[in-house]
Design a protein around this ligand. Structure first.
Ligand code: FAD
Length: 482
């Protein structure tokens, strides 16, 4: 049906808070129609699931940043709250828009909401068009030879690598034809920022939400840290990873833009570093591939053998873990980094997750929920897939019996203890020999470092060797029952 070029198109922003490489935006721009840029605060649990508190902080600043970018083009972002279909219908009525464009989301709840909206809008003869770009490839594009989804990462990676380059990223339009803007809600009234207390005070030291911040991170990473990434990425005290995850989580930068930035560097950066970084981006793709094809990944054991696992779920232990008071320095440093900056290094995420699941025998879903609330990069696919990976219950998961030893992991990946000292100041004066095992340090050394175990720093809440045996026995029980 021919559309009236004077009638607006609603550009519905979701987890794509950027102008760069935004396929829906480019299509709206190319249609020549005036654009209404709209962000809808959907009810909790709709779309991409309940918004965690740390990501709510990020969202506030990201929406401000997007609004600033639109203001430079003489527009502004329109904000509205409610069920997306109702909000869209109200705006269509008010503005006489004849089209709604958006970029696809891939979580199960979001997919079903969007399918219904598309159907309803089309019934009303409204053009409803969705686009890709949140992933390098649509989750249905890369399939095994039998036409089934991948369950194992390595062949998935091979297919991705051999499947041709992703579409080149699209530059942001230099100007936009913006419609006269309908009334907007006021961002402050959404109360996305914490107030009493303002626990996000330290976030600003580390993060610049918004697409400019994302582009800057990418630039700095490619210039300074991509070389050596393969080796350095496992050491949490080194500034070695891109820290692009929160920007990716809200779509302030596209994976195609990141991929593109790693092209043409072979003169300067060893191929092994580039490939390894791309492989991490591919882990994100794989997580989405799994979530798309196996939607229950987000909340149920992918391997249902784990349904019979006897979790202990001790609430005191859970609290000690959340607060970074387990008596294992690398675990405590990680949990405190999470609280202070809304982010944690990948190696340490694996260590703290293994500690929760295996040493404390607490259901991975409780850890996943805590991460969802406290991570600025909380991501429905990456978070669930990674927790299940550590638990051993996921697709292509780490075997349950490969239990991380928090002391040895600390000594291997934080050999001088710098990471621990940054986040666990009460251990700051302890030398490298005992920084990961203060409970074995001679009393004189503890005294000298001003540490009294059980008072200034906790004694270990479990003995790792016995906890390991306990977990293995519980695992054996479900394995034998299968
Ligand atoms: P880089 O090393 O610079 O990697 C670049 C990008 O690749 C990342 O931004 C991310 O998008 C992707 N990536 C890197 N490692 C992984 C991985 N192991 N799995 C999937 N994608 C990866 N990542 C999230 O984005 N959101 C989450 O909620 C999340 N929860 C996690 C929970 C647990 C228990 C574990 C073990 C990992 C989790 N991860 C999650 C994956 C990973 O820890 C982060 O993506 C990474 O630490 C982000 O830092 P970076 O951007 O500096 O990564």
């Amino acid at each position: 049906m021919a559309k009236d070029a004077a009638k607006p198109v609603i550009l519905w922003f979701r987890k794509d808070l950027r102008l760069d490489d935004n396929q829906a935006l480019t299509a709206a721009h190319r249609s020549g129609r005036p654009i209404i840029p709209l962000y809808i605060r959907e009810p909790a649990a709709a779309g991409t699931g309940p918004l965690g508190a740390a990501q709510a902080w990020w969202l506030h600043h990201s929406l401000e940043a997007l609004n600033r970018s639109l203001q430079k083009l003489n527009g502004r972002l329109v904000l509205a709250s409610g069920e997306a279909l109702e909000v869209l219908c109200a705006f269509i009525k008010e503005s006489a828009a004849e089209a709604v464009f958006w970029n696809r989301r891939y979580d199960p709840a979001g997919i079903s909401i969007d399918a219904r909206i598309k159907h309803e809008l089309e019934k009303q003869a409204i053009e409803a068009r969705s686009f890709g770009g949140q992933l390098l490839h649509e989750p249905s594009r890369l399939m095994t030879g039998n036409g089934t989804p991948y369950r194992v990462y390595t062949p998935f990676w091979r297919a991705l690598e051999g499947g041709g380059e992703p579409e080149p990223p699209l530059d942001a339009p230099a100007k936009l034809r913006l419609a006269s803007q309908p009334k907007s809600e006021v961002l402050g009234s959404w109360k996305l920022l914490p107030t009493k207390p303002d626990w996000a005070g330290d976030f600003v030291d580390l993060w610049t939400p918004g697409e400019e911040g994302a582009q800057q991170r990418l630039h700095v990473f490619v210039e300074d840290a991509l070389e050596g990434y393969k080796e350095n990425r496992d050491y949490p005290a080194r500034p070695a990873t891109s820290m692009l995850s929160p920007h990716l989580a809200l779509g302030e930068i596209s994976p195609a833009r990141i991929w593109d930035a790693t092209r043409g560097l072979s003169q300067r950066v060893p191929a092994a570093d580039i490939v390894h970084f791309r492989k991490e981006i591919a882990w994100r793709e794989f997580s989405y591939h799994l979530l798309f094809h196996f939607p229950r990944l987000a909340s149920a054991n992918w391997n249902d053998r784990f349904d019979g696992f006897e979790w202990r779920n001790n609430s005191g232990d859970f609290e000690a873990w959340r607060r970074g008071m387990t008596g294992y320095p690398i675990v405590d440093a990680g949990m405190r980094q999470l609280w202070r900056h809304g982010w944690m290094h990948n190696r340490v995420r694996m260590i703290v997750a293994s500690f929760l699941i295996e040493d404390l025998m607490i259901d991975w879903r409780r850890g996943e929920a805590w991460f969802r609330d406290t991570l600025v990069d909380a991501d429905p696919a990456n978070n669930a897939a990674s927790w299940q990976w550590v638990a051993g219950s996921g697709a292509d998961a780490s075997p349950f019996f490969r239990i991380f030893n928090p002391v040895l992991q600390g000594e291997k990946f934080d050999p001088d203890g710098d990471y621990v000292r940054t986040y666990v100041p009460e251990l700051r004066e302890l030398g490298p020999k005992y920084i990961h095992r203060p409970f074995e340090a001679p009393k004189s050394m503890l005294d000298e470092a001003g540490i009294t175990l059980g008072q200034t720093y906790p004694k270990p809440i479990v003995d790792h060797a016995s906890a390991r045996n306990r977990a293995l026995a519980a695992y054996k029980a479900i394995r034998d029952a299968a």
